[in-house]
Design a protein around this ligand. Structure first.
Ligand SMILES: O=C(O)CCC(=O)C(=O)O
Length: 351
């Protein structure tokens, strides 16, 4: 435990294809001291058990941890950040070729209005779909050359490659989550194979009055698992034990958080992490968020081992991801209570 009462984790484990080192650290606000992490050297056999135990603890409490030694090529991460930077520095009219239209899930959006409001996010975003289904005719590359023009094929290729890498990483993390919940390594990995996910590129310009707005307001992700990479400018904060803590950027680290759909898959055992992003008056900030989502036809239902135990009951009704996505687009803006509101809505609909 550190001085703030949070456990700091750093451990290595071997999954089928990755060597993942997990770290869970918090930096208290307004202090920005960094804490030494506890490094554990574990034998091959005990590595998985120890990692699973650590992850279980973090996900039951707040649903957030950091991953290093993740196997994603640092050159790809750097290239992705550079491409994102070039995209957002383009003229508005160019970016607007990908303008997100009302009711659509994908495209470019900006929420600048020329006035300050605590309700409006201070950012530009570019969101697109990534399908890990080998049969899908859709690709990120195709999306960009279609909506932006042939000049954007290379940008699309980089985004496609980045999504493939983070999708693979998220499947590795799913093995660990399965082990940590005692349902076996393959359960959640298989569930998310062929995933139909979302990538969002966030760009936060400097803001003259950073205390009067937020880059991204407080919310839990409705998706399943988020793999976020921040540039060198801090801004991400997570809410733990009634306080906001900033998560310092580190180029070698992915920030991973549980989303509402995985909370439902774990029958409420793992918590969807409440987080937000603040802005500053000095520098542009970027973050790349890969949101793992199930294939559209998969029914989100917890494995029986997480329901059948004595006094256990189902917390959330079955649903499919497209229904939940539609709910967050048409009926409810994601906040801290999205999954509860969605569950009530589903139950009302079925009565
Ligand atoms: O920019 C960040 O660090 C957080 C972004 C985020 O929460 C989101 O895109 O949903």
């Amino acid at each position: 435990m550190n001085g703030l009462g949070f456990s700091l984790l750093s451990l290595s484990l071997s999954l089928s294809t990755f060597l993942i080192k997990l770290t869970s650290s918090f930096h208290s606000l307004p202090q920005s001291t960094s804490h030494p992490s506890l490094s554990l050297s574990l034998s091959q056999k005990s590595k998985n058990t120890e990692a699973a135990w650590r992850v279980n603890d973090a996900c039951r409490k707040h649903g957030f941890f950091l991953v290093v030694n993740h196997g994603v090529d640092p050159r790809l991460i750097k290239k992705a950040h550079e491409s994102v930077d070039s995209f957002f520095r383009m003229q508005l009219s160019t970016k607007q070729r990908a303008q997100r239209k009302p009711g659509e899930h994908w495209g470019y959006a900006s929420s600048f209005t020329g006035r300050f409001s605590s309700k409006l996010p201070w950012k530009e975003t570019l969101s697109f779909r990534y399908s890990a289904d080998g049969q899908s005719s859709e690709s990120v590359e195709k999306y960009f050359s279609n909506v932006m023009g042939e000049d954007f094929r290379e940008f699309g290729e980089t985004c496609q490659e980045y999504c493939e890498a983070t999708s693979n990483l998220s499947l590795g993390i799913m093995e660990l989550l399965g082990t940590s919940l005692g349902v076996g390594r393959s359960h959640f990995r298989e569930f998310f194979e062929g995933n139909d996910s979302i990538m969002r590129l966030n760009y936060y310009p400097p803001c003259q009055k950073p205390d009067q707005t937020l880059g991204t307001g407080p919310h839990c992700d409705p998706t399943s698992l988020t793999i976020l990479h921040q540039d060198e400018v801090s801004g991400l904060q997570v809410f733990v034990d009634g306080k906001w803590y900033s998560v310092s950027p580190n180029p070698d680290t992915f920030v991973v958080n549980i989303g509402d759909t995985f909370m439902a898959l774990s029958n409420g055992i793992y918590k969807s992490c409440l987080h937000r992003a603040v802005v500053n008056d000095q520098a542009v900030r970027k973050s790349l968020a890969f949101f793992l989502c199930p294939r559209r036809d998969k029914v989100v239902t917890p494995p029986s081992q997480l329901v059948d135990r004595q006094d256990s009951r189902r917390i959330y009704p079955d649903f499919t991801w497209p229904t939940f996505l539609e709910f967050t687009q048409k009926h409810y803006r994601a906040d801290t209570k999205t999954l509860d509101a969605f569950s009530d809505w589903l139950r009302e609909r079925s009565n």
